[in-house]
Ligand binder design. Structure first.
Ligand code: 5GP
Length: 184
């Protein structure tokens, strides 16, 4: 039966359901809780794509963490990273001496993350690690160590759970692949 959502979801094929995402995020949260107990954890959410993942991950970590947001915009079209990153919104407080965990939606070429790690490393955190929901190793141009990873995926353009397609679909509760039309 057609629902009001069918048009909106009609071109999206589910890759990871909301339940699968919740299960993986809970496991990552438990792992991070174990590793960061006794530390001064700052979850650094990279906007915009990581906002949904970071919100769920934060609630899966049982520690008195702090959350910061870093707004970044990548020059280039929506489906291909240029590696030139503009910081559109900076942190509200310094992270010097704290244990920073960068929360990324997806590591594709690795160019965005390697640039961010360089910038953040210069701010003197006690430690700097990465938690990424998705990794597309097929397109790697710059290797970055991902300390906590949700899923490794094939070279497909994915949307939902914070990830956009021309700024839309971030609110889909699952991760899906666009099945027709142009990406970006
Ligand atoms: P990278 O610099 O690693 O190539 O790109 C990272 C950024 O590109 C991600 O944070 C995300 O914003 C965007 N991106 C890369 N692959 C995808 C994808 O499959 N879907 C969406 N929606 N964005 C992607």
């Amino acid at each position: 039966m057609a629902t009001p959502l069918s048009g909106y979801r009609g071109r999206i094929q589910t890759l990871y359901s909301a339940a699968q995402l919740a299960e993986r995020v809970a496991a990552l949260g438990a792992e991070i809780t174990r590793d960061y107990t006794g530390k001064s954890l700052v979850l650094l959410c990279v906007l915009k794509g990581s906002f949904v993942f970071a919100a769920d991950l934060a609630r899966a970590i049982e520690l008195p963490l702090r959350v910061e947001f870093l707004g970044v915009a990548s020059y280039g079209d929506d489906s291909e990273s240029s590696g030139v990153v503009q910081i559109t919104q900076d942190l509200t407080r310094p992270v010097e001496g704290e244990d920073v965990l960068v929360v990324e939606d997806i590591v594709d070429t690795g160019l965005t993350l390697s640039y961010l790690l360089e910038v953040l490393g210069a701010r003197g955190p006690a430690s700097l690690k990465v938690c990424a929901l998705l990794h597309k190793p097929a397109r790697e141009r710059k290797h970055v160590r991902i300390d906590y990873l949700g899923f490794t995926i094939e070279d497909r353009f994915v949307v939902g759970y914070g990830l956009d397609w021309a700024q839309r679909y971030r609110n889909l509760p699952e991760i899906g692949v666009v099945t027709d039309g142009e990406e970006g």
